[in-house]
Write a protein that binds this ligand. Structure first.
Ligand SMILES: Nc1ncnc2c1ncn2[C@@H]1O[C@H](COP(=O)(O)OP(=O)(O)OP(=O)(O)O)[C@@H](O)[C@H]1O
Length: 307
């Protein structure tokens, strides 16, 4: 069973008469890259601020790394966050900023700072003041500050806002490496859904302060009918061949077509496999919807229901 790193149960938050979050529940499991999606003002930042105790929780329950909000002892030490803007001091160099963070956390390992600077690709900028870094470099310095104490859990609010395409790809790769190499569980909010799709393993969609959907990437792909459509002359034989080759889930749609759900980058291999059995393959077509399409359709349905 998956271990929950963050559990949010029935959390509501009001600002005066304004209901920013309503009875919101979600779970982030160890190893997830959990993508939080929602339009401007949906409540993502409000939720992130509640999680790390920047804002007081009055209704509902938040459990972070086994401790309840309001009674955190170790949970915040094990959590890194970039919420709103990165925490670097503009007049300090990259090295000075990280030295300060190390002191604040009582970290004395001599190689940790240089390793972290290298991890985010800022070695050449070690002695450059934060205010002289480009936006992308400043974002990476913010990330370095957040990950220096090697947190188990990382919260990132719109970390790629304003970055150029190359900067976005670099940042996405850093997030993926943190997750695979350092096993960091990550909660990330972003409006750039095509990027979020590429990095996240689960998604939560917030709309007007409600969580309207939580789903895994596989469920999203299934809902979007992401998969491979194969058209052949002998559907029976093709089905047996795929079965024997270990393809577990596929459906025979009619006399000629087989549907393999989820993305299959190995179309060449599948083609070869079928052709080697004397099957004529007339088409192998990858079909894909997008997270953006899924999200806009869901929001439109939701708004219609409540119109
Ligand atoms: N301190 C506050 N006082 C009053 N209203 C607030 C406060 N903080 C947030 N809000 C309101 O709560 C709603 C949710 O804001 P929040 O910043 O969480 O949205 P968001 O999903 O992060 O949006 P964005 O994508 O624009 O960052 C907004 O309507 C905002 O104006």
């Amino acid at each position: 069973m998956s271990e929950a790193i963050l559990t949010i149960k029935n959390v509501s938050k009001r600002f005066g008469h304004y209901q920013a979050l309503s009875e919101l529940s979600l779970t982030v499991n160890r190893g997830d890259i959990y993508g939080l999606i929602g339009e401007n003002g949906a409540g993502k930042t409000t939720l992130m601020r509640l999680i790390i105790g920047l804002s007081a929780l009055h209704q509902g329950q938040i459990t972070l790394l086994g401790e309840n909000a309001g009674h955190y002892q170790q949970a915040l030490r094990r959590t890194g966050a970039i919420i709103e803007s990165p925490a670097a001091f503009p007049g300090l160099t990259v090295l000075q900023n990280l030295t300060l963070t190390a002191k604040q956390h009582g970290l004395a390992e001599p190689d940790l700072i240089a390793e972290t600077i290298a991890f985010v690709g800022l070695t050449e900028k070690t002695h450059t003041k934060a205010k002289h870094l480009s936006l992308g470099q400043r974002q990476r310095l913010g990330l370095a500050i957040a990950i220096l104490p090697r947190p188990d859990f990382l919260i990132l609010d719109e970390p790629i806002n304003g970055l150029d395409p190359a900067g976005i790809i670099e940042f996405r790769q850093l997030i993926a490496r943190l997750n695979t190499e350092r096993h960091t569980t990550i909660l990330i909010a972003s409006h750039i859904l095509s990027e979020l799709y590429q990095v996240a393993t689960r998604f939560g969609i917030i709309h007007h302060g409600h969580l309207i959907k939580q789903l895994s990437k596989a469920e999203l792909d299934e809902a979007n009918r992401v998969g491979l459509m194969i058209t052949v002359d002998q559907v029976q034989l093709a089905s047996q061949t795929l079965d024997q080759a270990g393809f577990e889930t596929f459906s025979v749609l009619d006399d000629h077509r087989i549907w393999l759900p989820q993305a299959h980058p190995d179309t060449g291999h599948i083609n070869q496999l079928l052709v080697s059995q004397g099957i004529v393959v007339t088409a192998l077509i990858q079909q894909s919807g997008s997270l953006e399409q899924y999200y806009t359709t869901l929001i439109a349905k939701e708004d219609n229901t409540h119109a």
